[in-house]
Design a protein around this ligand. Structure first.
Ligand code: A3P
Ligand code: MG
Ligand code: MG
Length: 378
């Protein structure tokens, strides 16, 4: 008979007709060769303005303006008097992406005409949700909830805020709130609205504004369509998207070997995952002191990050991240069989646990809006 007692299995609890009930997140199960990940292709973009209105264009795209090596930017400037913060209590789900799909569906359908399903992709989601999947085998602090619905042959994946995340969000300290602003202020110091413009360092920081790229790619046998916010692009108009895009980050200055090691082990994992997915090739990082003064600016090329971390003991591996994501998507495909926009399979994960799921029919978890479903069906 079968002996599973000492055998490590990725997913288990199989019952006829072989629908696994859980998925393991143990790293060693995903240490195999790097899966196929096709070069992401930009199929479109959209903008969200200062009031979070959707536009099917690139009006919010900004241009990178190189700062000096040690620019002395003060990230605290404007926090109290020139900051408009997006309301994080408003849950937008996939709505902006769905709006983009509706306005560009003929373009998409002609591109993927050989496919049987309406959009020609297996999954539609946000880049940020995929980033969380990539980092899951190494995450020890925060779990996640991902809702999935199949409609027109495509599985849509939308995040649900966990109770723990809501409690954290509602109990941030004043210091933490200010430090979250610092990342956006750094963007303002080095981004211009126009190709030949200069940064408006005295302007208002409004975190409702966003430019998002929409890319198509394939991970193993999973065709993916996802969107992610992009901070800015290179001024050189000859560089095509997404290679022209630049991710901006801030981080505490590194003063000790221990801090350098932590930066490599934890922060570079998240930075790598976020930019690798849409094919953004470089990150400009501002290192700041305790008072929010940027003391150094450094460039990280995504393709070099795996080399940078190789000397860290017991460090994260890109192949584990990608293989876990691929296996999770296979797991979702094996579970979500019924094509029904009102049916939600809720996948949940807590650190040190397996990924589990529950089934919800016509509940508050239903996330594909009627305006989308009705318009796609007509
Ligand atoms: P830093 O990246 O400099 O930390 P992004 O880097 O993804 O473009 O995001 C811009 C800023 O938004 C971040 O600046 C950070 O302050 C804030 N931010 C990003 N993701 C966040 C999250 N999950 N929770 C809270 N704040 C976040
Ligand atoms: Mg950003
Ligand atoms: Mg950024």
């Amino acid at each position: 008979g079968d002996c599973y007692a000492h055998k490590r299995v990725r997913s288990g609890g199989e019952t006829f007709p072989s629908v696994p009930r859980f998925l393991s997140t143990q790293r060693q199960l995903y240490e195999r060769s790097f899966p196929v990940y096709k070069q992401p292709v930009e199929v479109g973009f959209f903008s969200l303005d200062s009031e979070r209105n959707f536009f099917n264009d690139s009006r919010q795209l900004r241009y990178y303006v190189e700062p000096g090596k040690s620019p002395n930017f003060s990230l605290r400037d404007g926090y109290h008097d020139r900051f408009i913060k997006r309301d994080e209590g408003v849950k937008e789900g996939l709505d902006h992406m769905l709006r983009w799909i509706l306005e560009n569906r003929t373009k998409l359908q002609s591109k993927n005409s050989a496919s049987s399903c309406a959009l020609g992709v297996d999954f539609v989601t946000w880049r940020g949700h995929l980033t969380k999947l990539l980092t899951t085998p190494y995450e020890t602090q925060e779990g996640w909830l991902l809702a999935a619905s199949k409609f027109g042959g495509t599985i849509y994946i939308s995040e649900v805020e966990t109770e723990a995340a809501r409690v954290n969000r509602e109990s941030r300290t004043e210091r933490h709130k200010e430090m979250m602003y610092w990342g956006f202020k750094f963007e303002q110091y080095i981004c211009a609205d126009d190709m030949n413009g200069v940064p408006d360092q005295g302007g208002v920081v409004n975190t409702n504004e966003a430019f998002c790229t929409v890319v198509q790619t394939r991970l193993s046998d999973h065709k993916l369509l996802f969107s992610g916010e992009v901070d800015c692009r290179d001024k050189d108009p000859r560089i095509p998207a997404p290679a022209c895009y630049i991710e901006l980050k801030t981080s505490a200055e590194i003063c000790t070997p221990k801090q350098r090691s932590n930066f490599h082990r934890y922060k570079l994992l998240k930075w790598w995952a976020q930019s690798f997915l849409p094919g953004v090739p470089q990150i400009i990082a501002g290192f700041r002191d305790q008072d929010g003064i940027v003391v150094a600016v450094e460039t990280f090329h995504i393709s070099n990050i795996s080399q940078l971390i190789k000397n860290e003991y017991n460090c994260w591996k890109p192949t584990v991240c990608m293989n876990f994501c691929s296996d999770f998507l296979s797991f979702v495909k094996s579970v979500v069989k019924e094509d029904n926009p009102r049916l939600v399979h809720l996948f949940e994960w807590e650190p040190h646990r397996d990924v589990m799921f529950s089934v919800h029919r016509d509940t508050q978890y239903t996330f594909l809006p009627d305006w989308y479903v009705n318009s796609m069906e007509s």
